[in-house]
Design a protein around this ligand. Structure first.
Ligand SMILES: [Zn+2]
Length: 227
């Protein structure tokens, strides 16, 4: 019998983020699904740096965490990108919020991404998200801690999301980041958004190659049916 040589190892391909989401595969995640368990009131420290405006959560406690793939990740920080980084069915959104969670045991990251569009009519009352961002901007200058309810960042229907494995979208671009991108964007008015974009002067990273990865969706994505 002729013993064959082992096949050459498959070169490891970069698994970077963001990506352009197209043709996701519908998956019933069962008990691996995303469960958001954020407490209604958190305290954070606002900061402005090369990432633009962001907030570090003061305590990473078990009462503001998510479960994903049967693992726990605790909310650590969040920040915004303008324009959005993940493209969905060929569309780039006006902004994108990244809620960064960390598994306390192995340091693995899970980021929940929420897309934001300036397509709502301006209301009499300021939009709660835009008002919050102005408060964050002031807090970053005063150094005062800021209280907030992270549930305000959840779009309608947070059970609808995309999932894939990727990386940080800023240096050092570490891999081993589990991504959840919410399907429904948040809507704010164009006028209010225009007043805020100077706070997020960070260019979006270009969508990266998928390289044998799959994108899964928790819902039957109508975008698949579009011609
Ligand atoms: Zn980000």
């Amino acid at each position: 019998m002729k013993i064959q040589n082992a096949p050459p190892p498959i070169p490891s391909l970069p698994q970077q983020s963001p990506i352009a989401i197209q043709d996701p595969i519908y998956a019933d995640f069962g008990d691996r699904k995303l469960d958001i368990d954020w407490s209604s009131s958190l305290e954070g420290h606002a900061h402005k740096d090369s990432h633009g405006l962001g907030i570090d959560v003061v305590e990473q406690a078990a009462d503001h965490q998510i479960q994903l793939d049967r693992k726990n990740f605790q909310l650590q920080s969040f920040h915004f990108h303008s324009p959005g980084e993940h493209w969905v069915h060929g569309k780039q959104h006006d902004m994108e919020l990244h809620l960064v969670h960390k598994n306390p045991e192995n340091g693995q990251l899970a980021v929940v991404g929420v897309l934001i569009d300036g397509d709502a009519p301006r209301e009499q009352q300021p939009d709660p998200l835009c008002k919050f961002l102005k408060d964050v901007d002031l807090a970053s200058e005063s150094g005062q801690p800021i209280q907030f309810d992270p549930k305000m960042f959840l779009p309608d229907d947070p059970e609808q999301y995309y999932r894939y494995e990727g990386s940080l979208t800023t240096a050092p671009y570490d891999s081993n980041v589990s991504w959840v991108i919410m399907n429904k964007p948040l809507s704010v008015s164009q006028e209010e958004l225009a007043e805020l974009t100077h706070l997020f002067e960070k260019p979006a990273r270009e969508p990266q190659q998928l390289n044998r990865r799959y994108v899964l969706s928790s819902f039957k994505d109508e975008g698949n049916l579009a011609p």
